[in-house]
Design a protein around this ligand. Structure first.
Ligand code: SAH
Length: 242
């Protein structure tokens, strides 16, 4: 779907009201731009055509005006990388390679993440939940064999390897994700066995003491049977849905 962009000029005091109106009418993102003193300029992005007449009328009531503008070419990956800072999830200290933490607490585990296009930087709640569960499951002893289904950046597989899992296998059906997972294993100095495949279909059942799958709910439902079969007796299964 074509994205449309509009520049909306509004008295500074009414910026919040106008932003509220834009969200109500379907904007998917607002950027505040430079404007003259006393004014705000909002760049609003719409998927497809917004209700133009209604938008114009309601903006006029708020003394705001709008004009269509070309959609700027934005390198979202570069922008995300610029804003990516280190943070903590349980005992994992996640940090980009260009901003390593100055100190680590004795129990902290550094996990280097170099954000790109693959999913899994640790900012998403579903990834964080899995990281916490990995940490908790290691408290009962280190698993011999770990499997990460839908590895993305490889963050979960790398985390398990860093905590000392015996063998770590990571699966994805997307080659860009596998390249990112390889990069992260290397960046963190651990070994992760990478498999390109559809969910768990390529793997031998009954082998894994810890299986991680942070996928969507429909995918988990579709592959539930084969995922469960992969577990070794008394194995731990960590499921999370995006
Ligand atoms: N494990 C990471 C990434 C989760 S995103 C984290 O927890 O943050 C889900 C990943 O699953 C994506 O990289 C996507 O390419 C992969 N994926 C989606 N469908 C898949 C399938 N059928 N088989 C294998 N991988 C799949």
């Amino acid at each position: 779907m074509a994205i449309r962009a509009f520049r909306i000029t509004v008295p500074e005091t009414r910026e919040d009201e106008v932003a509220g109106l834009l969200w109500e009418l379907g904007t998917q993102g607002i950027e505040v731009q430079r404007a003259r003193d006393g004014e705000s300029a909002l760049l609003a992005y719409f998927p497809g055509e917004p209700p133009l007449d209604e938008l114009r009328e309601r903006l006029a009531v708020l003394s705001a005006s709008m004009e269509p503008v070309p959609v700027p070419e934005v390198d979202w990956v570069a922008r995300f990388r610029d804003s990516f800072r280190g943070f903590t999830v349980g005992r994992f200290r996640i940090a980009p390679p260009w901003d390593p933490p100055r100190t680590l607490l004795p129990d902290e585990q550094l996990l280097r993440i170099d954000p790109g296009r693959a999913f899994g930087t640790g900012t998403h709640e579903s990834t964080r939940l899995c990281l916490r569960e990995i940490e908790a499951s290691f408290e009962n002893g280190k698993p011999r064999c770990v499997l990460d289904i839908g590895t993305g950046t490889g963050i979960l597989a790398t985390a398990a390897a860093l905590l000392g899992a015996g063998v770590v296998v990571a699966v994805d059906n997307d080659s860009e994700s596998l390249a990112s997972a390889r990069h992260h294993a290397h960046l963190n100095g651990v070994a992760v066995l990478l498999v390109r495949g559809n969910a768990a279909s390529a793997l031998r059942p009954g082998q894994f003491d810890l299986v991680l799958a942070n996928l969507t709910a429909p995918l988990l439902r579709t592959h539930a049977g084969e995922i469960i079969r992969l577990l070794a007796p008394c194995g731990v299964l960590v499921l999370s849905g995006l």
